[in-house]
Design a protein around this ligand. Structure first.
Ligand SMILES: Nc1ncnc2c1ncn2[C@@H]1O[C@H](COP(=O)(O)OP(=O)(O)OP(=O)(O)O)[C@@H](O)[C@H]1O
Ligand SMILES: [Mg+2]
Length: 290
């Protein structure tokens, strides 16, 4: 006897090479949101994106999710380059393999449908076998504490309830890559912990690659790797609690924030190798350009 086994392909590897993104405003000038992002996220890795408002976190997330295409540079999902995917193929990827939960509670859901209908809608593109293998709707709603809201219409839900439902929809397809932009920003501590547990359970059960944008240190602390954006670039990375500054394109290095105040822009410095793994940065006696 053969049983239909739905293959669970595990997580998707993500790679960015020199990714630049510009937005053209109504006034016709360009805003540089990303200026050269180089980043690799291994299959099954779980990463929290941090960084100040406006540093490009949401922009990078929407590019990884194939919702926007980069102005320049390349993004790979597995071995495939997003810019080379046709619209129809990309739509299939978004419906089945890559789930993106956008920032804000209103953009991810059908406002006039119920919780149950939203989950069914999110799963429309799955095959019958995939649907059978996916978490049952009741369990999914239970995990985000919305059992009582199964038949409630989204437009009558609170912000926190919508946020939890949006996440339930995003995980409902069992994606290979989950991208969630501030999924816990409106939640109580208890709901936040449930949502984070749900996100990690996806990684544990399916090997899903997970990227979460957050401003909350408690959320970031549950991730083994953090990537801190700064001015449209990857400024620093944390791995297992240790912080590293990242050398960017053309050798650009961001000073850690607490040092940047003492070493203002324009300061002249000498950089000399001490040995193969140490550089010495020393301030010049001369004044830098004002
Ligand atoms: N649709 C848009 N049109 C014009 N500029 C935009 C647009 N979206 C974002 N930007 C600009 O791009 C830059 C990066 O924005 P982004 O939303 O990626 O930042 P963020 O790190 O997610 O910030 P936050 O923490 O506030 O969500 C900002 O300067 C922002 O003003
Ligand atoms: Mg954002």
């Amino acid at each position: 006897m053969t049983t239909a086994v739905v293959e669970r392909p595990g997580g998707l590897r993500v790679r960015c090479e020199g990714v630049v993104h510009l937005y053209r405003t109504f006034e016709g000038h360009d805003v540089v949101a990303l200026q050269g992002v180089d980043l690799t996220i291994a299959a099954g890795e779980r990463v929290a994106f941090l960084g100040p408002s406006g540093s490009g976190k949401s922009t990078l997330l929407t590019l990884l999710g194939g919702i926007q295409k980069p102005s320049a540079g390349r993004i790979f999902l597995g071995d495939e380059e997003v810019s080379r995917m046709g619209e129809r193929y990309l739509a299939r990827v978004r419906a089945r393999r890559v789930s993106t939960m956008l920032q804000g509670s209103t953009r991810n859901l059908l406002a006039y449908a119920t919780a149950r209908q939203n989950i069914a809608f999110a799963r429309l593109a799955l095959s019958a076998d995939e649907r059978r293998a996916a978490l049952p709707e009741a369990e999914l709603l239970g995990r985000v504490g919305l059992e009582q809201q199964a038949d409630q219409v989204v437009s009558t839900m609170s912000g926190g309830q919508r946020q939890r439902l949006a996440l339930a929809c995003a995980v409902s397809t069992g994606p290979q890559l989950l991208l969630a932009d501030e999924p816990t920003s409106q939640l109580s501590h208890e709901d936040r912990d449930h949502v984070i547990a749900l996100i990690h359970s996806l990684g544990d059960d399916l090997g899903t690659t997970v990227v979460v944008v957050t401003h909350q240190p408690e959320v970031a602390a549950t991730f083994p790797r953090t990537v801190t954006m700064k001015g449209g670039r990857v400024g620093s990375e944390g791995r297992d609690g240790a912080e590293y500054v990242v050398i960017g394109a053309e050798g650009v290095v961001h000073l850690p924030t607490h040092l940047a105040e003492q070493w203002p822009p324009g300061t002249l410095v000498r950089i000399e190798p001490e040995d193969a793994s140490r550089l010495v940065v020393s301030r010049s006696e001369q004044e830098g350009p004002a």
